[in-house]
Every structure is written in C-alpha cells, then in structure tokens.
Ligand binder design. Structure first.
Ligand SMILES: [Zn+2]
Ligand SMILES: [Zn+2]
Length: 365
C-alpha cells in the first residue's frame, strides 16, 4: 500500500485551520474535481475521493483529534477501517457507481415497469410512447440531499460510532444506528425540495419500437432510462403486457375465436363473415360441420415475433339454436326431424347404442 497523503496537505490548509476554513477548502477542491465536471477522468476521481476522505476526518472534531494524535492509524482503529467511503452522503451514490462499474455489476437505479397494450397494438407492432415516473437528481442539492452550503455532522444518536449498544439482560446487543444508517454522520441540514433524498420524481416519456406480434411478458432493457444513480441513470426494465381482447385470444402465434353459426349453415355449408384486425374476412363452412369444430385460416394469426410469417386464425364454430319459434316453424322442424335417417345422425345413434348396452349389462348382472 502506498504511503497515504496527509489530510491537511490534501486540502491545502494548515494544521491550525478552523472548521470554516476546512469546509471552504474542501468545497473549492470538490467542485474542481467533481466527477460531474470531469467526465470520468480517473485522476480527478482519485483527487475527489482523497478530498472527501480528508474532509470527513478534519470536519469531525473527534476524528480530527484522533488523526492529529495518532495519524492514519488512529482512525483505522476507531472506525474499524471502514470510514471514508460511506455511500450515499455528500455526493449521492457516486462511489457505489464506480465500484459497481469496476465490478461489472448492474448499477443501482434500475426501474421495473409494466406497460399494457391492446392485442391489436401487439398485432401491428410499431412505435409506442411510454410515460412513467422516475427519480431524477435533485437540481438544488445535485443529489447530495444536503441543503446547499451545508455538509455533514456527527450523528447525534450514536455519536459517530454508527452502531448502538443496548443492554438486554446479560447481553449487550449491537445494532446499526437507524439515524445515520451506520455511517456515523448525518446531514447538517436537509435539502428541502427533495427532503434529503437527493432525488426527486419526474415525468419521463420514451418511445419504443415494438416488433409486430410482440408477446405478453416480453421484456425490454432500455439503457439509462431508469432512476438517476450516481453520475448516470439506471436502466428501465420494461415488460410489455397485452390486454385481453373481447373477441380474440392468443395461443402461441395463433389467434383463436369463437363464432356462433346457425344450424342451417352448419348443415348445408356456406360462408360466414369474420371481423379481423385487417378488416372483414369470409370463412367457408363445409356442409355437415359439427358444433365445436375448428376451422383455420392459414396466415390469419399473429405475426411471428421470431421468424417470418404468421400463425393461423382458428375459428371454433358453435351452433346457435334459434329461440322463440312460432307454430309454423315448430311444425316444419318436426316434419324435418321425421325425415332424418339414422345414418344422418351418427353421433346420436352411437350415443343411444352405448346407453342401451350399459343398461343391458346391468340387467344381466
Ligand atoms: Zn435536494
Ligand atoms: Zn448514528
């Protein structure tokens, strides 16, 4: 490990400097080296970190005293070595961002969102506009959560230790300080517009190109469209939901619907008209089609999201039994029924035969 630079030297103040002078020096240097103004320059980041660490120590009377007396070692001992890089205070989550970028992990600030579209929109695909709310960096405090011109102070609850000890019978229980979240330091004064959060909800709108045939539950990852996070933004993880349609449902790449058809059309054959997303379409019904049978129109389904072509449009035919028949219609139907031969109603015949067999077997037993 290289020798660590002296904190006073880093801030360019002398050993007797008062709190105000230290704060002023720090603010000046932090502004100069702030990552927002140096677009990822590694040298500046290093300077910035160094200044921050120096300020954290010298602005805290306890830590400053330890440092003055014992040097860097004194601080290591008092804080368990973990001070200086606490996340989410003066300049938001800047460090977390850097560490995560270095580690190749997904940076925080990701936002998950489900956006519903109609089945017809899914069928056509194309450009959609998605409106949503995400957190932006608070312009007042630039994400620090601190009222402009103020810094950090020692947490009054844990007195900077970051943890609370409580006596529970014979045991002493140690708990992370809820006031400062274990950092040992809290904001001197909170930024009012964001209530110290450093981020504020803002309306966003993005445009997205959907492939025709996009399926319910398809996910898109839109880089940089999530919450403000550190110097950048997290990603937006957008899941497309497809609303139920009153007429059609999707099965794989097929569209499926039910069509009520008159008894006469099923018996004699004929054409019915269907409404589709591309306008009306005729469907030929062969003579003798049974109720519940399915007819398919090739290429009438959803565009395949992967690969060319379309699925089928499958139409389930349901017989519609007429109601409220008058005397003449009833007479005609009965007359018609009498003319039917057994082989013209095979399902009915098979059913009665099976029934007869069953009863016969019971009698014998
Ligand atoms: Zn703010
Ligand atoms: Zn605390």
């Amino acid at each position: 490990m290289p020798a660590r630079r002296d904190y006073y030297e880093i801030l360019g103040v002398d050993r007797g400097a008062d709190a105000e002078a230290i704060k002023r020096a720090y603010r000046r240097l932090a502004m100069r080296h702030h990552p927002d103004r140096n677009s990822g320059d590694a040298e500046s980041e290093e300077r910035f970190k160094e200044c921050r660490e120096a300020f954290e120590v010298l602005s805290d009377p306890e830590k400053r005293h330890l440092y003055d007396t014992y040097g860097h070692e004194g601080l290591q001992a008092s804080s368990g070595g973990g001070f200086g890089f606490d996340i989410g205070d003066v300049f938001g989550n800047f460090f977390e961002q850097i560490f995560q970028a270095a580690g190749g992990e997904t940076p925080g600030g990701d936002l998950g969102l489900r956006w519903d579209i109609d089945l017809e929109e899914a069928y056509r695909g194309g450009r959609i506009r998605v409106r949503y709310e995400a957190l932006d960096l608070c312009p007042e405090c630039r994400g620090s959560g601190a009222r402009p011109g103020t810094g950090l102070r020692t947490c009054p609850r844990c007195r900077g230790a970051g943890a609370l000890r409580m006596q529970r019978g014979f045991f002493t229980v140690q708990q992370t300080c809820p006031e400062c979240g274990g950092r040992g330091r809290v904001l001197e004064a909170v930024c009012e517009p964001c209530r110290g959060e450093g981020r504020r909800p803002a309306e966003r709108e993005i445009e997205l190109e959907l492939p025709p045939g996009v399926a319910d539950g398809t996910r898109f990852r839109i880089r940089g469209a999530g919450h403000a996070h550190g110097r950048g933004h997290g990603n937006l993880l957008l899941e497309i939901g497809v609303r139920a349609h009153p007429l059609f449902r999707r099965e794989g790449d097929d569209l499926v619907c039910e069509a009520p058809v008159g008894f006469t059309t099923l018996a004699l054959g004929g054409a019915i008209e269907l409404a589709t997303f591309d306008g009306p379409r005729r469907l030929e019904v062969p003579a003798g089609t049974q109720s519940g049978e399915e007819l398919a129109i090739a290429g009438g389904g959803m565009p395949r999201a992967r690969g060319p072509g379309r699925g089928r449009l499958r139409v389930r035919l349901e017989v519609e039994i007429p109601r409220g028949l008058d005397e003449e219609q009833r007479r005609l139907l009965r007359l018609f029924e009498e003319t039917l031969a057994d082989e013209q109603k095979p399902r009915h015949i098979r059913f009665t035969e099976r029934l007869r067999d069953l009863l016969h077997r019971r009698e014998k037993a």
